[in-house]
Design a protein around this ligand. Structure first.
Ligand code: UD1
Length: 418
């Protein structure tokens, strides 16, 4: 079984290039089903989650060629299957993103309930409500969801919560629906904008992405295109925290500053220095670190995907910090692992109070989910001794070349096979 071992490291220093965004690549790969012509994608990160969505697409009949480490050519002309594999759905929640495009392209899709990180109940009601509003019939039993339609027709859809996945699935389903679809209270994440930009290159008419009202005018058909995936703001944020937690000096390259506002603001509040320059952000940590409070919210609020990494940072801040998790109901599993390393954290419902600064020590810990794994690496960098992280398949789901990147900044980190 593979494990990551992190030993106490010096201040991390140097520059690191951020990979393409996992959460943009996944819906964009799913959207490639919508057309029959060649799609060329650049900056697709080499990750387990991307491998899984590629397997899903191949199982449906798409042809995918790797044209280099991060470049893919996709052709969905011979798409001939509308049933997604149970195993693949179970491995990753985002596999469910093929449902909207399949419905649009084939008029039917059959799938099991999606799996993924164990961070909350993560229902799919908003996706299904959206498909129904567009005219699909949904049949469900305990295991299988079947969606079918003669044709999809544009509709006004209000989302009870600005769900990222539901917004993406509905946009994709609506691209070739008859007439106009309006999604209100849509998610505004940068990955939604990247998906809309990609779809528009394919000939779709998606307007308003990045705001809470998205309008989609249905078109007859979509064509091929080339597209570069936006940088991963969560990976960028993880390295920014690495600089702050280790009193280091890291230049994060290939980053869009406007996507990083809450992270920049909170790092500055904690005492770090942040210098923005075109597509780079330099973070310089400082010895006097002040307690901060964060509250996770849909974009442009503080991202839930950075909560665990900030909890690791909070263990090194002087005083009482708070992290309030409002997006997922069960996203504090890393707290017990951080406590094993000496952190002083108390949870009251959705509020984690962190009393710092703590002298962390190495321990055997478990990556309970993807971002929890990143938090444990960050904690391991400043902890005395050796931190042994197991269940690292979670980390591999979302971070490309993670040990290599951390090692290039001076971290004592290695992967072992026990
Ligand atoms: C996406 C991201 C994930 C991130 C999350 C929130 C991808 C592949 N994953 O996940 O990294 O943590 O956004 O920023 O992009 N909900 C419902 N009903 C639904 C759908 C969602 O109640 O039909 C709830 C969920 O239970 C959760 C909240 O909405 O509490 C947010 O989920 P959502 O925005 O849908 O997240 P994902 O798209 O799954």
């Amino acid at each position: 079984m593979e494990k990551i071992i992190v030993k106490k490291s010096p201040a991390l220093v140097g520059s690191v290039r951020v990979s393409g965004a996992k959460n943009a690549a996944l819906p964009i790969l799913a959207a490639s089903i919508l057309g029959t012509e060649d799609i060329f994608l650049e900056d697709v990160p080499e990750l387990k989650d991307v491998e899984i969505i590629i397997e899903v697409l191949e199982s449906l009949g798409c042809k995918i060629e790797k044209l280099g480490k991060n470049n893919l050519k996709i052709n969905s002309k011979n798409l001939n299957n509308t049933e997604t594999d149970y195993q693949l759905m179970n491995k990753m929640r985002a596999s469910f993103l093929v449902m909207g495009p399949l419905l649009a392209r084939m008029g039917e899709t059959s799938t099991s309930f999606p799996g993924g990180c164990n961070i909350g109940s993560r229902p799919i009601d908003l996706h299904l409500k959206g498909f129904e509003a567009l005219g699909a019939k949904i049949d469900m039993n305990e295991d299988v969801i079947v969606a079918s339609c003669d044709e999809l027709v544009g509709a006004n859809i209000y989302l009870d919560f600005p769900s990222v996945g539901a917004t993406e699935n509905i946009i994709m389903a609506a691209t070739t629906a008859k007439g106009e679809t309006i999604i209100d209270n849509a998610a505004k994440e940068p990955e939604i904008v990247d998906l809309a930009n990609f779809l528009n290159k394919m000939g779709a008419k998606v307007m308003g992405a990045g705001t809470s009202t998205i309008q989609i005018k249905g078109v007859e058909k979509l064509r091929g295109c080339s597209h570069q995936i936006i940088p991963d703001r969560i990976e960028a944020g993880t390295f920014m925290v690495a600089a702050a937690i280790s009193d280091g000096d890291i230049e994060v390259e290939n980053v869009i500053s406007s996507h990083m506002r809450p992270i920049i603001a909170k790092l500055i509040e904690s005492g770090a220095k942040v210098i923005e320059d075109d597509d780079k952000i330099r973070v310089i940590g400082c010895k006097e670190k002040k307690a901060i409070n964060i509250k996770t919210l849909p974009y442009p609020g503080f991202p839930t995907d950075m909560q665990a990494q900030f909890l690791a940072l909070m263990t090194q801040l002087e005083g009482e910090s708070h992290a309030i998790e409002t997006v997922f109901e069960n996203r504090f599993m890393h707290v017990n692992e951080l406590k094993r390393m000496g952190a002083n954290i108390e949870i009251d419902d959705r509020d984690a109070a962190v009393f710092g600064a703590s002298k962390l020590h190495g321990a055997e810990v478990r990556a309970t989910d993807l971002r929890a794994g990143a938090a444990l690496i960050l904690a391991g960098i400043v902890a005395e001794g050796e931190t042994i992280i197991s269940d690292i398949y979670h980390i591999d789901r979302g971070y490309e070349d993670i040990e290599e990147k951390f090692r290039s900044l001076g971290a004592n980190i290695e992967r072992i096979n026990l």
